[in-house]
Design a protein around this ligand. Structure first.
Ligand code: BGC
Length: 763
């Protein structure tokens, strides 16, 4: 195998069987469709209206049946050959279901006119309900489907005012719901959305029998919806976010619009279900709890048995399909830590497992496990031991079930007579301005805040002796010289160039890394994700669009994510690209964050597990995975300069935790820092987070890239250990800093070394 054949020569070299291309192949499209079904959540199904019986006649309302949103916009968009909408999906099921075409064609015509007039997919008003067709539809059938869609994109948050109802239904949508519920007996709702929206309107409406959260299901999302409506597939997704009654019920809402300059994370660790399940009176605000999701079949759990061994807790059980349909169930394990000096959430997810497809009557034994230390709290106030993960004394209870609410306490508890200090760490990234933070009784605690310090971490890089003869990078591969000796040949200019992005080639439009002709360092290309491989649009080459990250997380199926990671990596490789800017795992702090669709969940545990699975699948193919955006990108407004002001504890336990799980479990080769500022220091210049926590405490040995065109000073980024500036660096400024003595050759070399280690790893 010739090293760097693909990045160097860009051959058309397909990876499929018999020299066929695998990019957007049937197998990958089928995988996307399967994932769309597994990530869909049956929220309501009164009287078992779903699945439709063979021969059911349906009238489908709403422009979303045509204006289907496969995924969000911006770098998370994927260019595909086609997107199957819901109407088309249903038409493919013509042997099982009859659609009232005249109504669907009315919506098709409406949507086409809107597109022609320049409206953007998913972003225009609902069509008025046509009176004459409503009457005819009622004559045709007593069963109606209401479709609702939402679109969002990076660099813009969703609004929640009269001009843009992301969370609530618009007036036109409400009119449609009223018209449909007044005229049909069986009403089913399909939600084609990228983030939490209002669910009360159907949850508490007796005239609406069923609802499926489809999320944005990728290029075959419409067919996946039809699969579920007719029962060819059984939705087995579970919520990865809490559905609250109103937007105001989310604790982040009060301060979301307070300032464009900063966001105060004063709900602290009480994000999502940690808030709703803990804070007195907040349980009532929940429509559908975290982890919730129905099925066309039913399951029972039996023989639940727990024990601990070698610092881990294990829970085994048997899951049986007790209903009449084939289906999969998700088992969720939560712990409840004792309330001591450190405030605690009522329950926290610590493990989960999904069954295989169980036939009616079939059983499967599952084993869930987690490390005892995972139940520790980060003590940032010194209540027990400052800057340490601490297990407070007392009883740790375990709950098993099918949502954070539908759980049973296990007949086993872990008890500690004394506090245990699990890990003594450091005070890194502390806030300067966060005045208060929430406690478990809903009151607030005052936080001590100190002026920002920019800790510097000594650079211990030592140059090796330069070789006598010039060596190319391939000589390092061949073992003729070591990497440090290779680096010793690099001039100042070369070092300064290597720590910046390089021009794109081939199908990349997001630039490359490396590219030093003199020493034959190849230019390895990046490409965007995470819902698929976003090939350069103008090339005309299409790739597979998978469901968005929130949908993937809702599958609770780590094996499936690994498979999607593998499929995406193969598409990356086949198109001669090396670095897939995937997965993205920021926390769903507010329903309004414009990028929620790219991220997994409100919960760091499931976010970390999903990201780790993707990274494993991707890197198995020697394609570099890039978990992003490290960290606290929870709002898009003023995203380059908005300061996320957050306590050390919430940072550790919520916003960094997913990255920690991912780094420790799957060793990503690269991580992307975020645009935003964290407690006064930009993420890409934040040495305490990069060197202190990521590299120092977690042992991350990959490289860091900035996010694209982030407007931050390159010199500071190099000093902080952010190895490369994308999509291009500031070599002149680096050269000046070298001359002035504010930057050293060693500081550059250590970054270059990590970049070259990555390049040496790719094929
Ligand atoms: C996004 C990143 C993306 C990069 C390259 C940025 O705008 O924040 O997630 O990978 O662009 O396209």
């Amino acid at each position: 195998m010739v090293k760097w054949l693909r990045p160097t020569y860009l051959p058309c070299y397909p990876l499929g069987d018999n020299h066929s291309r695998i990019t957007e192949c049937d197998k990958h499209i089928q995988l996307s469709r399967t994932a769309a079904c597994e990530g869909s959540i049956l929220l309501k199904n009164d009287n078992s209206v779903l699945p439709f019986k063979k021969g059911t006649k349906v009238a489908v309302f709403g422009k979303a049946q045509i204006d289907y949103v496969k995924g969000g916009g911006g770098s998370g968009n994927v260019h595909v050959s086609y997107v199957r909408n819901i109407y088309e999906g249903l038409k493919l099921k013509k042997d099982q279901v009859d659609v009232f075409d005249a109504l669907s064609l009315y919506y098709q015509n409406y949507v086409e006119c809107q597109y022609k007039a320049g409206a953007q997919l998913g972003m225009f008003d609902e069509a008025p309900v046509p009176e004459n067709l409503l009457g005819k539809a009622k004559e045709y059938t007593d069963t109606a489907v209401i479709t609702i869609c939402r679109y969002s994109c990076e660099n813009e948050d969703r609004k929640n005012d009269g001009t843009d109802n992301y969370f609530y239904l618009s007036d036109a949508e409400q009119k449609m719901v009223t018209a449909v519920t007044e005229n049909f007996t069986n009403v089913v709702v399909l939600l084609n959305v990228g983030a939490m929206i209002d669910t009360s309107w159907f949850a508490y409406n007796d005239r609406i029998s069923s609802a499926i959260m489809l999320w944005q299901g990728g290029m075959e999302g419409g067919l996946a919806a039809a699969d579920m409506l007719v029962g060819d597939a059984n939705p087995s997704g579970k919520l990865v976010d809490t559905c609250a009654k109103t937007f105001e019920d989310y604790p982040s809402s009060a301060g979301f619009h307070e300032s464009e300059e900063y966001v105060q994370y004063d709900e602290d660790i009480f994000v999502g279900y940690r808030y709703f399940e803990t804070i007195p009176g907040k349980k009532e605000c929940v429509v559908y709890p975290f982890g919730y999701g129905l099925s066309y079949t039913t399951f029972s759990f039996s023989d639940i048995f727990a024990f601990n061994n070698e610092n881990k807790i294990f829970v085994t059980l048997t899951v049986t399909n007790t209903g009449a349909h084939v289906g999969k169930e998700v088992v969720q394990l939560y712990y409840s830590a004792p309330l001591g000096k450190i405030t605690k959430p009522a329950k926290e997810l610590c493990a989960f497992a999904k069954t295989k497809l169980l036939q009616p009557g079939e059983s499967q034994e599952l084993c869930l496990s987690f490390a005892i230390k995972d139940m520790a709290s980060f003590d940032d106030m010194g209540d027990i031991a400052r800057s340490s993960y601490v297990l407070e004394k007392g009883t740790y209870k375990l709950y098993i079930g099918t949502s954070v609410r539908e759980v049973a306490e296990i007949d086993y508890a872990y008890h500690l007579e004394e506090h245990v200090i699990i890990e003594k760490l450091h005070s890194y990234g502390a806030p300067e301005k966060l005045k208060r933070r929430m406690l478990s009784d809903g009151s607030y605690q005052t936080l001590e805040c100190a002026p920002i310090t920019r800790t510097t971490f000594p650079c211990d890089y030592q140059f090796a002796k330069a070789p006598e003869a010039e060596h190319k990078l391939i000589d390092v591969v061949d073992g003729k010289i070591d990497l440090d000796t290779f680096i010793a040949q690099l001039t100042d200019e070369e070092l300064c160039n290597l720590v910046g992005g390089q021009p794109p080639t081939g199908l990349s439009d997001t630039c490359g890394m490396g590219n030093l002709k003199r020493l034959e360092i190849p230019n390895v290309m990046t490409i965007d994700g995470p819902a698929g491989v976003r090939l350069r649009r103008l090339s005309g080459i299409k790739s597979t669009a998978f469901p968005v990250a929130t949908a993937l997380a809702s599958t609770w199926n780590v094996n499936l994510l690994e498979e999607i990671g593998r499929a995406g990596a193969l598409e990356t490789k086949e198109n001669n690209l090396s670095i897939w800017l995937t997965p993205a795992l920021n926390i769903h702090r507010s329903p309004l964050c414009g990028r929620n669709f790219e991220y997994y969940s409100e919960d760091p545990h499931i976010s970390g597990k999903m990201a780790a699975a993707m990274v494993r699948g991707i890197q198995e193919q020697n394609i570099v995975a890039v978990p992003k955006h490290f960290a606290c990108n929870n709002k898009e407004t003023n995203r380059f300069w908005s300061d996320s002001i957050v306590s050390e504890r919430a940072l550790r336990e919520i916003y960094l935790k997913g990255f920690e799980i991912c780094v420790k479990e799957s060793k990503p080769r690269m991580i992307m820092t975020s645009y935003n500022i964290i407690n006064g220091i930009a993420a890409s210049e934040n040495a305490e987070l990069i060197q202190g926590i990521l590299r120092g405490e977690w042992g991350f040995d990959g490289m860091l890239t900035s996010d694209w065109e982030n407007g931050k000073p390159h010199v500071q980024e190099v000093i902080a250990g952010n190895d490369i500036k994308m999509d291009k660096g500031e070599p002149d400024k680096l050269m000046n800093a070298l001359k002035e003595g504010t930057l050293t050759r060693e500081e550059l070399a250590v970054c270059v070394k990590r970049i070259l280690e990555m390049i040496l790893w790719v094929e």
